[in-house]
Design a protein around this ligand. Structure first.
Ligand SMILES: Cc1cc2nc3c(=O)[nH]c(=O)nc-3n(C[C@H](O)[C@H](O)[C@H](O)COP(=O)(O)OP(=O)(O)OC[C@H]3O[C@@H](n4cnc5c(N)ncnc54)[C@H](O)[C@@H]3O)c2cc1C
Length: 336
């Protein structure tokens, strides 16, 4: 099963390459980040003049052949039920074996919780250079150079990858998922799956909400909301916009909101199309987690609040007046 690549597969020497994209699933469904990674991998394969193939672990209920819409020709499936539950060590071993057996020279995965947990391990196992949080396609005109975010999104670095196998972990929302035509051939791969060393005894799932990392729109509240009893106006706007809820760290620390909503340097980093910040000052640690949002709207009664410098649109005003008015207007627009 284990076939180590020799130097004839080195990118740039004219050898045959393949881009393998790990499409991760949760509860049987592929997420937006998987479609972004597939589209990115397919585009990269086109750029390198090679093919893109997908890797799926477990037995998702989604149609695997339909992943062909994102440009992959083949889907390798390790259809072992145990893989429906994520385990970093088990996943690393299985993916390593598939990369080696398929002869893939580039592995693409999403920079989400799963990707973050396994990309470094895969890099060590495969002796492959790895770029976490890549934001664009590699420049392959002279080597293989990938742009990534550094310093909590404050700057970019161009990283040159020189190993035979290369791993790219793609930042969320950095590359648009493009669905076209086509179906992929689904092939079953046999890999011995070890029993996990870590036993999960219970899982607490957040239900009925749009997960923050998947959301294209986010409405977030800070200490300016004064207390948890006032969150109704934040929730109303979020519902009207079909947005996920977020908050600043002190809000989560004070138990006004659950910790899974806390965004920033020490919380979740997000990059939605729209980020509405209500009553948040815009401290650097907060901005670190949200400054990759495409459009930032800030509502703050203090015209000197630092967040306004990062805002695309700003409203100087009281959240208790502005939020209900915004919600009304959004509802009117949706009803129109
Ligand atoms: C190591 C470290 C890591 C950190 N990590 C994070 C992190 O990940 N995420 C994070 O968020 N913070 C983080 N922080 C904390 C960060 O420095 C700020 O303290 C925090 O972001 C401030 O939260 P806030 O904006 O909600 O509150 P405040 O700074 O108190 O700001 C409240 C804002 O609301 C405005 N306001 C008040 N009343 C109204 C009203 N009625 N209408 C409109 N506006 C109003 C005020 O003008 C003010 O600008 C970190 C700090 C450290 C030291």
């Amino acid at each position: 099963m284990k076939t180590f690549l020799n130097n004839s597969s080195r990118l740039g020497d004219g050898g045959v390459h393949m881009v393998l994209i790990f499409a991760d699933q949760t509860d049987g469904q592929f997420k937006k980040t998987a479609f972004e990674a597939l589209s990115y991998g397919a585009k990269l394969a086109e750029q390198l003049g090679t093919t893109a193939e997908a890797l799926v672990l477990g037995t998702p209920t989604s149609d695997l052949a339909a992943l062909g819409k994102y440009g992959v020709k083949k889907v390798h499936q390790v259809a072992t039920e145990a893989l429906n539950v994520f385990d970093a060590q088990v996943y690393t071993k299985v993916i390593t074996e598939v990369v080696q057996s398929t002869g893939a020279t580039v592995l693409v995965l999403a920079h989400n919780n799963t990707g973050r947990a396994i990309a470094g391990r895969l890099s060590a196992r495969l002796k492959a250079a790895m770029v976490p949080a890549a934001v664009s396609l590699p420049d392959t005109t002279n080597g293989f150079v990938v742009k990534k975010v550094v310093f909590s999104g404050k700057a970019f670095a161009n990283v040159s990858l020189n190993t035979d196998i290369k791993i790219i972990s793609l930042n969320m929302n950095a590359f648009k998922a493009v669905a076209g035509e086509g179906t992929a051939e689904v092939v079953s791969v046999n890999v011995a799956v070890d029993a996990p060393k870590v036993k999960v005894t219970s899982t607490d799932k957040v239900t009925g909400e749009i997960p923050l990392t998947e959301a294209t729109r986010v409405v977030s509240g800070g200490r300016g909301l004064k207390g948890p009893e006032n969150w109704g106006i934040v929730e109303d706007l979020a519902h009207a916009l079909d947005a996920a809820l977020a908050c600043s760290r002190p809000v989560a620390d004070a138990n006004w909101r659950p910790h899974h909503e806390h965004v920033g340097q020490t919380g979740i980093a997000i990059a939605p199309n729209l980020y509405v910040a209500a009553g948040i000052s815009g401290a650097i640690q907060h901005l670190a987690g949200v400054n990759r949002s495409k459009v930032i709207v800030v509502i703050n009664k203090d015209a000197e609040a630092p967040f306004f410098k990062a805002a695309d649109y700003g409203v100087v005003g009281d959240v208790f007046e502005i939020l209900p008015k915004l919600t009304e207007e959004v509802k009117k627009l949706k009803g129109a």
